[in-house]
Design a protein around this ligand. Structure first.
Ligand code: MEV
Length: 316
């Protein structure tokens, strides 16, 4: 359905994506995690004045906001809270969402879209936003998407540096030494982070001692990954990514589609590879030897069935 606007006023907001390098899931249970801003893909929100009820226009849904499907409840609630804070009436708005982040792939789509919308609404009202308000409003969306999010996605999306994050502690930033070439590959399977987070919770309930050891081991690996980044140690980083993947598999959040891509990446010489984000579908992250190798890895992964690949250089 095409929506006409009066086009008196237009405001835009944009946000990048994110990658969890190491520490996903363990971060929900108090361990540190390292995440990277991923600017190769992102979301944009364009707000225009229109007439009548608020209208959303996105690839997932186009129509009145009040009738949006439950999968968009997080976005709808972020919009409502933002309008309330800005004292903008709940009407006469068209919100167009354009995103190159595949949704449900562990790349922070929901947080990125939420942040883009909040930015655009603040601009529409000609008010300044702070990082704190962006995080607060994006976390409303994350709570719908994940149930009990650690908060790492919005923090990374609003950062221009790799972050070191541990719940209830101030965010720290990491300065990698040297350049690291990663390949991110999409398995094509939708990742349901909420279910994956619940799976880990169930595992912890069933075998607390055994599973907490795994969570703590991921925490230890994360400390070592920081060192590997700061000492420019690619071989060590690769080894640690493999080690983290073993623990994630044991926590029940990897699946066939991810394991297959990881195997392909490893057999093509990746120094290490693991799932990234919530898992159970979604994407893997693999460490290549160098830029040339990352191109080769990307081609191989596509050839063997990855739905999409991105080569990403983390610059020191
Ligand atoms: C999602 O990107 C990372 C998880 O650890 C969930 C969270 O931290 O909120 C799986």
């Amino acid at each position: 359905m095409q929506k006409t606007t009066t086009s008196e006023k237009v405001a835009t907001g944009a946000a990048q994506s994110k990658l969890i390098l190491v520490g996903e899931h363990a971060v929900v249970h108090g361990q540190p995690a390292i995440a990277l801003p991923f600017p190769l893909i992102g979301a944009e929100s364009i707000v225009e004045k229109s007439r009548g009820q608020i209208y959303l226009d996105s690839s997932l849904y186009s129509g009145p906001m009040e009738l949006a499907p439950s999968s968009l409840a997080g976005i709808v609630n972020t919009v409502k809270h933002t309008l309330k804070i800005l004292q903008i009436p709940y009407r006469d708005l068209l919100i167009r969402i354009r995103s190159s982040i595949p949704p449900g792939k562990g790349l922070g789509s929901s947080a990125s879209v939420a942040i883009a919308i909040v930015k655009s609404l603040f601009k529409y009202k000609e008010e300044q936003y702070t990082k704190e308000i962006l995080l607060q409003l994006a976390n409303i969306c994350e709570t719908y998407a994940h149930g009990a999010p650690s908060g790492i996605d919005p923090l990374t999306i609003t950062s221009d540096r790799p972050i070191w994050y541990q719940k209830e502690k101030p965010v720290d930033y990491i300065d990698p030494k040297g350049n690291f070439h990663f390949v991110i590959a999409d398995s094509g399977q939708m990742a349901d982070t909420k279910t994956a987070v619940d799976t880990v919770k169930q595992m912890l309930k069933q075998a607390p001692q055994k599973m907490y050891k795994k969570i703590e081991r991921i925490g230890d690996i994360t400390y070592q990954v920081r060192e590997a980044l700061e000492k420019s140690s690619k071989q060590l980083l690769g080894y640690l990514l493999d080690e983290a993947q073993k623990e994630l598999e044991a926590l029940g959040v990897s699946d066939k589609s991810l394991n297959r891509l990881i195997e392909i990446a490893k057999s093509e010489g990746a120094l290490g590879a693991k799932l990234t984000g919530g898992g159970n579908g979604g994407c893997i992250i693999a460490l290549a030897e160098n830029e040339h190798h990352s191109q080769l890895l990307s081609e191989k992964l596509l050839q063997y069935g990855a739905h999409n690949v991105w080569s990403y250089e983390l610059k020191g």
